[in-house]
Ligand binder design. Sequence first.
Ligand code: AMP
Ligand code: ZN
Ligand code: ZN
Length: 428
Amino acid sequence: MLGMVGMVVPRRRSATSVCSAGCLALTLLGCSGTPSRPASVPAVAQWPRVVMISLDGFRTDYLTRPTAVRLRALAARGVRAERLVPSFPSKTFPNHYTLVTGLTPAHHGIVANVMREPTLGLFRMSDTAAVRNPAWWGGEPIWVTVERQGRRAAAYFWPGSEAAVGGVRPTWWYPYEHTRPNAVRVARILEWLAMPPAEAPALIAAYFSDTDDAGHSFGPAAPQVDSAIARVDSAVGAIVDGIARLGLTDVVNIVIVGDHGMAPVAAERVIVLDDYLDLSTVEILDQNPVAMIVPRDGDVARVMARLAGAHPHLQAYRREAVPASYRFAGNPRITPIVAVADDGWTIATRAELARKTSWGGAHGYDPALPSMGTLFVAAGPGVSASGLTIPAFSNVHVYPFVAALLGVRPARTDGSIDSVRAALRPPD
Ligand code: AMP
Ligand code: ZN
Ligand code: ZN
């Protein structure tokens, strides 16, 4: 099996829901399942492992910025993609969940950062009850694949990791806390890596938000983005160094991905919604730069008549007519009207505009735009060596790639290993 250091599969029961709301008090220690393993588990098993790191809002070209030193070094000994193409909408929750399930948002069900469903109510990223409700989360995240096949997984923040999807959470997971210092995250990741091989998580997924935060506040070209790149770059460097120090360079693969890019926005590029719509007649879920619109009286034709052709930089679609390239169809959580702004344009109400004092960056636009492209860098024993750049590919293919590195049987997805085979080290 690919990159495996030759051992027997450690078998154990699937990890089921192991952490209740009560463990919130243990946030710094993390939530954990029973740490002991059944007696039947072999004492030593150096299976290939994967550390999968998401750098939120890391645009493809950030890899060439002066501060991306360790990331470039990693790419030089492994593989990078010309661009990782997000799924529509190019937002955080839909794309993180695509990265770990290999399904488009329409297929895994997280079609936006904000959603509404008659039976489930409102979904918002900051609503702990919603993000923990498995009913929102479809498909099979890679950590569930791993746990179901007798190995362990850990997530240091990842959309979906707080919910028991199909009854299974990663053995270790944390309630999201935006301000948790990167150093604390890195230290925990190194502890997981240092565990005895038979107990250590085969998969560690981790998330860093710095580049998204800086990109939104200051725009992608700003020096503050260089600083944010430096911070995530040194977190990656510390993990790479830790892997080397632990003697695990031939065991652990590192996969670095982003969820989307970042486009600069400006006061000259605003679509003022109330110029076209009576806002009291619609509910707008996710609004910028993709407006997910529900007419309150159900009269889609009336709202479409207002929006179609209203602004040269706004494309409004009925949910049945979203362009096929967006692969955004067939899910009832998609609102009756989806209105997408052109690259770098902002959708705002007049009231929001009046309050706005600064302009930075945004994402959510057409995933095919270069500005929405993001990062894919991988290195390790299962990865093709030495500085290969593979063509741009869709993020639905990341799941089968990680499954192949781990040697687990992948679930059926929208992705295919053929699209990323060049990034895998050919079998000896
Ligand atoms: P956006 O830029 O609107 O697509 O979303 C980015 C934001 O998502 C980040 O600034 C975080 O606040 C939030 N976020 C990222 N991961 C999680 C998570 N696992 N749980 C809750 N919120 C998250
Ligand atoms: Zn994001
Ligand atoms: Zn963002």
